[in-house]
Design a protein around this ligand. Sequence first.
Ligand SMILES: [Zn+2]
Length: 360
Amino acid sequence: MRKIVLLTLLMLVMASLASLSAAAAAIPSSQSRGGSMELSKVRWANHTEALTGTAMLRMVMDVSGPVEASGIVVNEPTPRLVVTIKGTTLGKQVEDLTFDGKVVEKVSFDTSGKDTKILVDLPLMVQPNDYKVFTLPKDVKANKPFRVVVDINKPLSPPDFSFTPGLKDKVITIDPGHGGSDPGAIGPSGYQEKSATLAVAQNVKSLLEKAGATVVMTREDDRDVFGPNASDVDELKARSTVANNRKTDVFVSIHCDSFSDRSANGTTTYYYQKTLYDAMLADAVQTSLVDAGNLLDRGAKQANFYVIKRTRMPAVLVEMAFISNPNEEKLLSSPDFQKKMSLGIVRGLERFFSQAAKLN
Ligand SMILES: [Zn+2]
């Protein structure tokens, strides 16, 4: 499926936009009953905006008559552009599409209501000025039907990483897990995860700054990053956006683990392998955290967590210890242990930059 679509896409690219007009010559003949319009054909092409040079994907849909179309970007369940074409049914030949994920991951159609909804799954959230939905009138001279056009800008390509040893002049985003309306996990004696993560993050910040690094914090006090009682995805997206909007070298999210079995214990570091460096960063941070805190080494593991997946730079999510374990809860609440963990994270970052520099 993917190969076919990519091939189609490639052909469209090669033929450029001129081909769109040629392909559009197949004017839809069927106009559905009850005055409802029909969407009969969908085409895609890579396109470069003439004025700005912005690379984008353009989707052109033929409709049997004038329609109203609008688009909205949502974050649930994942980043998605929803295009609504009012009072329009879907032609039988229109099928879902799968793409390579550079601009769009998948396109599917929801025809459950009286409008056709086009669900465009995106790899990353886009800003309102990164997409456009508009209609074009029928052009008899050029033999073109009514059309709905969707333009989506290509997200900026991830930067090429080239690391130097040392912490000096590095930009590091620290994300203290939870906060504000979200306490995170709560220990048997009532200590809250959001307190431990903030205390450790603040220590890490001051240690890193002493070493000459610039620290970007997703939150500096007890608050929500997106807003109180927001959906998980909004909250987590807000946190990755803090890092994505800055030229951040690495991203560290700090958490406490929790499990129904109170004997569960130890330290884990999670990563999502999206750059050459994520696993290396996780190994380095995990090694230093275990050295510093002396708890059970549960290892560096892969996970699909939002903040490590949706940040563009190497990223880790650290589970310092189990807040559900009475002993570890006590440790997590003690300034002494918090300092040890902070030092572990900072040494891990230092370890990482020296290893990563050797890859250059
Ligand atoms: Zn957490």
